[in-house]
Structure formats: structure tokens, C-alpha cells
Design a protein around this ligand. Structure first.
Ligand code: 5GP
Length: 185
């Protein structure tokens, strides 16, 4: 059964495995679309423009904000990130669910703008495990890892504002729970 058209926000601290869970849901339910955000951060090795993110410069980002093209936007870890509204509206109008993998500031903004959205927070088994995963990922410098771990504490405090909290104690189990939540929505 295809999953229903629903605006779904997935948040959680950096390194918790949001991307892995979302990719697993999409592999099992190809009708689900992953929203492609705009960001001013530099691409990591292997990231593709227009697929992982729309990589833009500061001036372009400011233009998107002032023209109202973004459904929400926020500064995260020193860079700007935002959700283009057009993709969200198109996917929902076509009858498919769309997942926004965004930070807690973005999640709260969506809650206000779109009360019908489903907000899901992914939690790590522990802060120690989160630090271990972030280091094992190897995509950030030690300084960036420190920054992301410091931010993680503030993000975890926002978890009670979300509709559902999913513990990522195993990617397959957690991805199935995520898909179940979207199906029930
Ligand atoms: P990363 O640089 O690791 O790809 O993402 C850093 C953080 O920015 C993650 O928490 C990610 O969920 C968040 N993020 C990505 N895109 C958006 C967006 O469009 N809006 C907001 N508010 N946060 C985003």
C-alpha cells in the first residue's frame, strides 16, 4: 500500500542516522520523496548538486529568502539551510509523501506554518554512541564534530515538541517504525 501524501519532518542530532533511515524508507516505499534543501555549506566529497542539496552562495540564498521561495530556513552549524516550498507543494499535490530532513528550528517553523505536518524526532541510544557515530562517519573535522556534539544537546531538548520520537537503536527496525508512523498519519 503506497504511503499517504503527508508533509513529514525528520529531525535529530547530527550523526543520529536520519539520512540512513530516510533512505531505507524510500527504498521500501519508492513513492516517498526526499525534499532537496538549499544550503550555503560546501559540498562534501561525493555529494551532488540538485540531488543531496542545491548548493548556493550567500547572495543566492538571501534572494531565495527575500522572494519567499523557502517554506522555512535556519542557520545550522554556521551555514544557512532552507526548504524550497515549490517541491513540497508539487509532491503533495501529486499525492505523495515528502520527507524534510531538517533541524529543530526548521521543524518548529513547519509546525507553525503547517499544523497538519507530522514531526518525527530521531534519538540516539546515548550521547556517547552519538559521538562514536559522528567520529566513525569521518566527514567532519574534529572541530566540526565538537560543534555538532555541542549543538546536539540543545536539539535533544526540543524532542518533546515533536509528535513522535523514534530511538535509532538499529537502522532496519527504526526505519520500519518511521514508515509505520507515516502510514498511520
Ligand atoms: P548537514 O550539513 O549535516 O547536511 O546538515 C546539518 C543540519 O542541517 C542537519 O540537522 C540537517 O537536518 C539540517 N538541514 C538540512 N537541510 C535543512 C533545511 O532545509 N532547513 C533546516 N532548518 N535545516 C536543514
Amino acid at each position: 500500500m503506497p504511503l499517504p501524501p503527508r508533509l513529514v519532518v525528520v529531525s535529530g542530532p547530527s550523526g543520529v542516522g536520519k539520512g540512513t533511515l530516510v533512505n531505507k524508507v524510500i527504498a521500501a516505499h519508492p513513492e516517498v520523496v526526499h525534499s532537496v534543501s538549499c544550503t550555503t555549506r560546501a559540498p562534501r566529497p561525493g555529494e551532488r548538486d540538485g540531488i543531496d542539496y542545491h548548493f548556493v552562495d550567500d547572495e543566492t540564498f538571501r534572494g531565495l529568502v527575500s522572494s519567499g521561495a523557502l517554506l522555512e530556513w535556519a542557520k545550522v552549524h554556521g551555514a544557512s539551510y532552507g526548504t524550497p516550498e515549490e517541491q513540497v507543494e508539487t509532491v503533495l499535490a501529486e499525492g505523495h509523501p515528502i520527507i524534510l530532513e531538517i533541524d529543530v528550528q526548521g521543524g518548529i517553523a513547519i509546525r507553525e506554518k503547517r499544523p497538519d505536518a507530522l514531526l518525527i524526532f530521531i534519538e540516539p541510544p546515548s550521547m556517547e554512541e552519538l559521538a562514536r557515530r559522528l567520529k566513525a562517519r569521518g566527514t567532519e573535522t574534529p572541530l566540526e564534530i565538537e560543534r555538532r556534539l555541542a549543538n546536539a544537546k540543545g536539539e535533544m531538548e526540543m524532542a518533546p515538541l515533536y509528535d513522535v520520537r523514534i530511538l535509532n537503536d538499529g537502522a532496519d527496525r527504526a526505519a520500519e517504525e518511521l514508515a509505520r508512523c507515516i502510514a498511520q498519519a
